[in-house]
Design a protein around this ligand. Sequence first.
Ligand code: 16G
Ligand code: ZN
Length: 543
Amino acid sequence: MDETLRKVSNLGSEKFSPIKPTVIQYGTAGFRANSELLSHVMYRMGLLAALRSKKKKATVAVMITASHNPEEDNGVKLIEPMGEMLEITWESFATSIANAPDVELSICLESIINKEEIDFSLPADVVFARDTRSVDLHLSQAMQCGLEVMGSTFTDFGLLTTPQLHYIVRCMNTNGAYGEATEEGYYCKLAKAFASLRKSVLHVGNYDNKIQLDAANGVGACKMKEMIKHLECLLDIELHKDGSDGRLNYKCGADFVKVQQTSPEGVLLKPGVKYASFDGDADRIVFFYADEDHKFHLLDGDKIATLVANFLQQLITASGLSVNMGLVQTAYANGSSTVYITEELKIPAACVPTGVKHLHHQAQQFDVGVYFEANGHGTVLFSSKASEIIQNAVSHTGMTDEQKSAASKLLTVMDLINQTVGDAISDLLLVEIILCTFGWSMEDWDKCYIDLPNRQLKVKVKDRNDIQTADAERKVVKPSGLQEEIDQLVSKFNKGRSFVRPSGTEDVVRIYAEADCQVNADRLAHEVSVKVYEIAGGVGDKP
Ligand code: 16G
Ligand code: ZN
């Protein structure tokens, strides 16, 4: 071990020394920063991934991406053996390793080894992939050097969407029970489930299989092209923002469409046509369309969550199986969606802090847990108990044909869903199946409930960590007095609601507000941002 740690230190200071002494934090979804600052972080994440693999005695994964951030940023995150986000205690190890001075790198590694009682003599195995950012290759080579110096075996999967890598690592650690551990295996599993479900629908009503897809000029474009080849022409997808002419995430993609509440630049909305946008690494999706008056309508993660929960609930009821279902949201969920879920669908809804790891964890508390962030990131988890009940039902003699048919559909739906993490491609296919089954157009889907108008803003402050929140980010507990001010402002608006939280990916405080009309939502968001600026030490121009 000593010999390896010496090599780790030498290589680190020779080739991967930090360019400047900035502090970098393993945030909501890993490290994200300007690419130029990341070589040493990548090298060190290679080291940490090898340790994590030794600790878990399993293959782990490393994804190089900065998701919806601008092209010049990059990022890296570690993925657990079952495709989940890195365990929270290891996030602080990642932060300490990334920030250790060169001379303390081996001491830092050694302290993790001791704290976690890792048997250093065990083998390590890591799979990795990257999105389409131009410097990804260079950064993935730095990460690979970290793996090599630790003596870890590894497989470089090249370009993948983030959810594809999550899928692959889970397949590897379940001996193929989850699917074949290749990119081709991913397409085949999803496409087979899709075709089977699609062909079982005989009357499609108002459903139309045409989609105009904005791929954010990211990796989702080339991977969707591959998926299309497997879909037997059951969907008619026209790709926009496929990376051939345009910058990644620039005025396009799911984040742009959701936050700006408008269509991607250059994509002209035709009334009645269905549109969807992926983000840069294809783990988020939102839908949108224009009505006859050319008014833009967004169908975001909340609308997807309610559609999926409605569909699954119908199948569960039809199958007569006793499995419970719950839906997990964050404070960003539109107030109308929560009312619809709890009062119309009568499904229990939980609220957790922002970030997939929190939603995923909470969804595991249900037999069937649907989770979605309003920004379009989400999936469905089936507990092992639920999977077993559904599997047994298909061949159970005491059930009616209708019950069996519903159970068998549920089983196929489980194959269509990437249960490791939110997946834009898988979610797109799932939404299509549901719309087709219900015979719904975009307008039909949109009608389920009407979103309360809302607005998101951001404010720069001296130190965003001075803002502390509680109650799933719905209340500010520090600085004192700010929550009282927000309550005061909210009380002035009909259906008003607002909260603020420090971003986990950008150096800003985020503000969310909703109210009965757009003018009021805008006013509330603006007034709250002024209070944040005044009380929490705003910098730059006052909002
Ligand atoms: C990351 C999270 C996403 C969250 C977003 C919030 C994952 C995989 N991704 O993209 O879930 O909504 O951060 O960003 O966890 P913010 O903290 O800057 O608002
Ligand atoms: Zn993403």
